[in-house]
Design a protein around this ligand. Structure first.
Ligand SMILES: O=C(O)CCC(=O)C(=O)O
Ligand SMILES: [Fe+2]
Length: 253
């Protein structure tokens, strides 16, 4: 790793000034509530972004390859990962960012509620790499409620690697009499045909906040030889929550 990496402390400023404006924050809150998603371009200060970009570059060399169909959702994982336990061992700077006061205060204002640390050793923070043709992070919901995703590399136009999501997934399935697990493909097709599925192209430097337990989401397959690097920091408005097996299947080494 580079020795000239900026140092990030829990009380360092981390968020760009734009995100201190109460009107901006109120607008972002409305967007998140309406769609379970809000894009946060240039969210981090350049010094904090550099910490993330350099750490993800380093963690890429420590990645573990995963290629399997996730039981339950029955959707593909073709990606490389570093789970929370290994992030903790390998990247103290990212742990400092997870606990950063400025970041938490801002996220909690956008969510409109106090947020807690996610007490799952693998899932509180994960790093996802898509490294080439057909790599994809298939459809799923997360166990933790909110995901703050920071992108440090992304394929260009028409290179795949886009976020797709279906807001309010569980209610959508219930309202249409479809089981969200066994009828996942039928429900996804219906959501697309009704214009209820959304997509977002994210570039290096972009962040987004997703209600990841409420919106079904995926990262579309890479087309060609582009790459995507993403850090996921999870937060929850509930202190206790049931965690399933999926995080261990994808992230345990
Ligand atoms: O990489 C992304 O944009 C989404 C990541 C994600 O869904 C996850 O880590 O659970
Ligand atoms: Fe997710």
């Amino acid at each position: 790793m580079e020795l000239n990496m900026p140092i990030l402390f829990p009380r360092s400023p981390a968020i760009a000034d734009h995100y201190r404006d109460p009107d901006v924050l109120a607008n972002l809150h409305r967007q998140l509530k309406a769609k379970d998603f809000v894009k946060l371009p240039d969210f981090l200060l350049p010094s904090a972004y550099d910490v993330v970009a350099q750490n993800l570059e380093y963690l890429h060399s420590q990645r573990i390859r995963k290629e399997f169909v996730m039981p339950g959702f029955n959707t593909e994982r073709r990606m490389s990962v570093v789970g929370g336990k290994r992030v903790t061992d390998l990247s103290l700077q990212l742990i400092a960012l997870y606990g950063n006061h400025d970041l938490r205060r801002t996220i909690s204002t956008i969510i409109g509620a106090h947020i807690h640390t996610v007490c799952h050793e693998e899932e509180f923070m994960v790093v996802n790499f898509l490294d080439g043709e057909a790599d994809t992070h298939g459809w799923h919901t997360d166990d933790p409620e909110y995901a703050l995703i920071l992108i440090t590399e992304s394929p260009g136009e028409n290179g795949g690697g886009e976020l797709e999501y279906i807001p309010d997934w569980h209610n959508f399935c219930t309202n249409n009499g479809l089981d969200p697990v066994s009828k996942i493909n039928t429900a996804i097709e219906l959501a697309f045909s009704l214009g209820l599925a959304e997509s977002s192209k994210l570039a290096a430097g972009d962040c987004y906040l997703l209600n990841a337990s409420n919106a079904l989401h995926r990262v579309t397959p890479i087309i060609g030889n582009g790459r995507r690097k993403a850090l996921n920091m999870a937060f929850d408005t509930r202190r206790f929550r049931h965690y399933g097996e999926t995080a261990y299947l994808l992230y345990a080494s």
